[in-house]
Design a protein around this ligand. Structure first.
Ligand code: ZN
Length: 275
């Protein structure tokens, strides 16, 4: 199921997207993301609150206010090579502030502090139930679904700061959407096409089979560090084709349009604006 959050006639809804129609399941204010399970989704679809045309709703980020956004660095073989780094032996995790989250169509706002704002398309895991010290074999039981994210990154600050928090956490630096696809449709999300265009020019084009650490390994690893809560996002890393890998490097400019996509999920498009 394509599970979306969307605004329709002044109300934020959970909706199931099928083609051009959105089945309105329940108001977002009445259902927390941790309430969605395979049985509760099935029941909600059988007794919907209404329907709307996809073109008549405003899609929002499919999670709101996650307790954390965890990212995995250098997790595609081709991107590690592009970065001149060795392939990690354990997942290299870092965080983005949850306040960096925005939805489909929202502007990526370029901060004044950086001249090198880069793109990273990522497969994002949406956690469905609390996970702590889970095994790799159980890890997928804690996944509600998958969505598309862009890990917007200020490369100059990432280097000058010596760590990633500021460079990755400006407001609007985590576009996510257009919806999540429930885990029953994608399994561990291996072998999916993944890519990104800027102004319709293909810059990233790879497959999730290039992941160094897969979804199960990442969840098991992260759940040893912290409890993963419903609605938490894990961005699983980016393939090659980021701007700093070009010679000369290429970065985002005001007026650009970024479209990130993952096969089986959909396309996430965000304009680029200046503050
Ligand atoms: Zn990233």
């Amino acid at each position: 199921m394509k599970l979306a959050r969307c605004a329709h006639e002044g109300v934020v809804w959970w909706g199931a997207v099928d083609g051009e129609v959105v089945t309105l399941l329940a108001p977002d204010s009445q259902i927390s993301i941790g309430s969605w399970t395979a049985p509760s989704l099935k029941a909600a679809v059988l007794h919907p609150a209404g329907t709307a045309l996809l073109e008549d709703v405003a899609l929002l980020a499919p999670v709101s206010a996650p307790s954390k956004i965890i990212c995995v660095g250098l997790n595609y073989r081709d991107h590690a090579i592009e970065s001149g780094m060795s392939i990690p032996e354990i997942p290299m995790i870092f965080a983005k502030f949850p306040s960096s989250l925005v939805g489909p169509g929202a502007a990526i706002v370029l901060p004044e502090d950086s001249n090198e704002i880069d793109w990273e398309v990522e497969l994002a895991v949406v956690i469905g139930s609390p996970a702590r010290h889970v095994s790799e074999s159980d890890a997928l039981d804690f996944v509600l679904g998958y969505t598309v994210a862009v890990d917007v990154s200020a490369r100059d600050l990432q280097i000058s700061d010596g760590q990633f928090v500021r460079a990755k956490s400006y407001d609007t630096f985590c576009p996510v959407g257009p919806w999540l696809v429930t885990a029953d449709e994608l399994g561990d999300a291996r072998g999916l096409g993944i890519g990104l265009t800027v102004n319709q020019e293909t810059l990233q084009d790879s497959r999730t089979s290039e992941l160094v650490f897969g979804v199960k390994e990442i969840i098991a690893f992260c759940s040893r560090v912290a409890t993963l809560n419903p609605g938490d996002l894990i961005l699983t890393g980016t393939p090659n084709g980021t701007g700093f890998g070009f010679k000369p490097p290429r970065y985002l400019n005001p007026g650009d349009e970024v479209t990130a996509w993952v096969e089986g999920i959909g396309e996430l498009t965000n304009p680029v604006a200046v503050r």
